[in-house]
Ligand binder design. Structure first.
Ligand code: SAM
Ligand code: GLN
Length: 289
């Protein structure tokens, strides 16, 4: 039987031969997932032997990673806002940058709405990263999660269950506001939030293979100029937000100016762009008149 140390050395060697930034870390994450231990365990027990079964699974994982499958799709999980999310191919992996949108929404709730109950709509819910976090961190909230992808909704529901907020969230399948159907929910929402697809169509194919070959283009492709969803959601949000309600979007690093125009054109006020930790535009928000 092989030892932990041997597997880590050999796995790292294989990943070193392909274009991966962190071969050793990835190898350790894949092995720790199979052994169900923290990585620190490897430093404590490098000589511990690994069963043949686990060894075979380990080489399967390494092979997937060699083909540049994201680690998150191999281990089927990603942490977001301190919570565990399940992810699978077909659903976008939540990004750390998206926490800015969630944190800002919580911040506005605390300052302007607490202790009242609020209605929140999340458009393009994906894994449920945004909607589940808001449900968890804003106690008095009723949430509606919309996605056109049945796979996304299935995973989002599982994530709501696992984080014990399933009874606060209504999941609707459909395109943008059509998902709400004939229900009379005009001016019913305090917040509409969205991280929509925002990569210009032609740019999607130039993204790194880790993204373009594995993540759903349905979650990335924002149309010719990348702004299709922002125009449609901003226009629709005017009908569904209460007066004084907030619209918040995640945006691409070069979309701040365009988004300010789109929100102002639709008569949102106090329009602001927030930057991410790298100093790039990341979130735009505005208040409905
Ligand atoms: N909210 C998740 C997050 O932040 O990690 C996922 C965001 S992902 C960038 C965009 C999501 O929008 C995808 O889950 C995709 O399926 C969904 N989507 C694409 N077109 C849509 C449409 N017309 N109506 C509703 N959702 C749509
Ligand atoms: N942030 C994602 C990326 O880097 C894009 C997500 C989106 O289109 N909303 O690929």
């Amino acid at each position: 039987m092989v030892t932990i140390k041997e597997l880590i050395v050999k796995g790292t060697e294989r990943l070193n031969k392909v274009d991966i930034d962190t071969p050793k870390l990835d190898t350790e994450v894949l092995l720790s997932n199979l052994l169900k231990v923290e990585r620190i365990y490897f430093h404590m027990y490098p000589e511990k032997e690994v069963s043949e079964e686990i060894e075979a699974e380990f080489w399967d994982s390494i092979e997937k990673r060699e083909k540049l499958m994201p680690v998150q799709y191999i281990v089927n999980k990603q942490e977001f806002m301190g919570l565990d999310f399940k992810v699978e191919e077909g659903v976008l992996i939540p990004r750390g940058d998206t926490e800015i949108l969630v944190e800002k929404t919580i911040d506005i709730y605390d300052k302007e709405f607490s202790p009242n109950s609020v209605n929140i709509m999340d458009i393009g819910t994906g894994s449920g990263a945004i909607v589940v976090s808001l449900a968890k961190y804003i106690n008095k909230s009723n949430l509606t999660a919309i996605d056109v992808s049945s796979k996304a909704l299935e995973i989002a529901k599982e994530n709501a269950d696992n984080n014990k907020v399933e009874n606060k969230i209504r999941f609707l399948q459909g395109s943008l506001f059509d998902a709400i159907g004939g229900k009379d929910e005009y001016k019913a929402y305090d917040f509409i939030v969205s991280n929509p697809p925002y990569i210009p169509k032609d740019v999607v194919d130039t993204l790194s293979p880790v993204v373009k070959d594995y993540e759903p283009h349905l979650a990335l492709d924002g149309g010719k100029d990348g702004l299709d969803f922002y125009r449609a959601i901003t226009k629709g949000a005017k009908d569904y937000l209460k007066d004084g309600g907030y619209l918040l979007f995640e945006i691409g690093y070069d979309q701040g100016e365009d988004l300010i125009k789109i929100l102002k054109y639709n008569e949102f006020r106090n329009v602001k762009v927030l930057k991410d930790l790298a100093g790039l535009d990341r979130v735009v928000l505005g208040v409905k008149q």
